[in-house]
Design a protein around this ligand. Structure first.
Ligand code: TPP
Ligand code: MG
Length: 365
């Protein structure tokens, strides 16, 4: 192939998208990926989706009312997070960015702890070991290296476990992410790279990150990549389960590209109307991850109105409870910041603590 011909090659083959549930709620088969879910399991996934959307809406409202410093909304990405999060076993380890509130939910992290972080009253709020869910990471892509290191560790421990690391489309342009792909590949690390391609990195559109579909990058590093409908919770569950199982059984890494859309602003400090057209959002609303599960449950008579009402009621209660507990979060004691710098006592930290205590004493009570 000439250089010119190969440059155009990325336009030729339409990218494959694993989908098991259409936006209209029709179940479709896929030769390589499937899930066999009981009606109860489907209802449970629906409940997860609705509740995490409620947590997110409440957090946005709290930020708007000045109760949180900032919030990164997951609106539109619920299926990618619940599908992949529910694919994890207790022994698997997850490394999130700052937007993985749905995965946090699947790892039993109390959502008020997420609020505490964005309220600025804690530095993480949960014990990663207790939940097998690492702390949120703001430095784009850096968690991919931490995750590969962790995966290489459990590989050496011969653990029956896998690691999953979350990152965005924009993060794929970071050196860290590309370095982590190389390490994972050559060491055959038990890891799933879960990229939520939500089409935007703040105001940078996907076409400024890549000229080929992101999942195809994996082949250049020497491991499989797959694109899944990120708004389809069944497909995300099926694809992630298979990729995690491959990792656990010595088959090495997989890149999963969950093709989705950030329906809200990048964070509450952002105004997306400045850089994207309204029609784009309207088109993605038709692919809403929750509506299609609801349509599927309805059509197949797997749930009645009473069920949907009860989930809505539970969501309302969860929202109210979160709000109440967020407002009751105690302010941190300023000197506590020194307690978590090192595991062991440290002379310099002691000195800095004493200096800061003296400074605080200088204020009138
Ligand atoms: C190393 C680094 N560079 C820049 C930033 C500023 N920043 C915060 S979020 C973001 C965009 C990330 O986009 P993407 O990876 O697509 O994730 P998304 O926010 O869409 O979930 C940038 C550039 C940062 N946090 N860290
Ligand atoms: Mg993005």
């Amino acid at each position: 192939m000439t250089l010119d011909a190969s440059r155009g090659a990325h336009d030729e083959a339409p990218p494959e998208l694993v989908q098991l549930l259409t936006p209209e709620g029709e179940r479709i088969e896929h030769p390589d990926y499937d899930v066999d879910l009981t009606p109860e399991e489907v209802r449970s996934l629906y409940r997860d989706l609705v509740l995490v959307r409620r947590i997110d809406l409440e957090a946005v409202a709290l930020q708007r009312q000045g109760e949180l410093g900032i919030w990164a909304s997951l609106l539109g990405q619920e299926a990618a997070q619940i599908g992949s999060g529910r694919a994890l076993t207790d022994s698997d380890m997850a490394f999130p960015t700052y937007r993985e509130h749905g995965v946090a939910w699947c790892r039993d992290v109390d959502p008020v702890k997420l609020l505490g972080l964005f309220r600025g009253v804690n530095h993480g709020g949960w014990d990663p070991k207790e939940h097998n869910f690492h702390l949120y990471t703001i430095v784009i892509g850096s968690q991919t290296l931490h995750a590969v290191g962790y995966a290489m560790g459990i590989q050496r421990d011969d653990a029956n476990a896998a690691t999953i690391v979350y990152f965005g489309d924009g993060a794929t342009s970071q050196g860290d992410v590309n370095e982590s792909f190389i390490w994972a590949s050559v060491f055959n690390a038990p890891i799933v790279f879960f990229c939520q391609n939500n089409q935007w990195a703040i105001s940078e559109p996907l076409e400024k990150q890549t000229r080929i579909p992101l999942y195809r990058r994996a082949s250049g590093f020497g491991f499989p990549g797959i694109r899944v409908d990120g708004n389809d919770v069944f497909a995300c569950l099926a694809v992630t389960r298979k990729a995690l199982e491959a990792a656990r059984t010595g088959q090495g890494p997989t890149l999963v590209e969950a093709f989705t859309y950030r329906m809200g602003a990048h964070t509450t400090t952002d105004d997306p109307t400045r850089y994207r057209v309204a029609g784009e959002l309207e088109a993605w609303k038709l692919k809403d991850p929750i509506e299609r599960v609801k349509a599927y449950l309805f059509k197949n008579e797997l749930a009645d109105q009473e069920f949907f009402d009860s989930v809505d009621e539970e969501a309302a209660q969860l929202g109210a409870d979160l709000r109440r507990r967020c407002l009751a979060l105690p302010d941190p004691r300023p000197l506590d910041i020194f307690d978590h710098v090192y595991r062991e006592p440290h002379a310099l930290i002691d000195q800095e603590r004493a200096q800061f205590a003296a400074y605080l004493e200088g204020f009138e009570k």
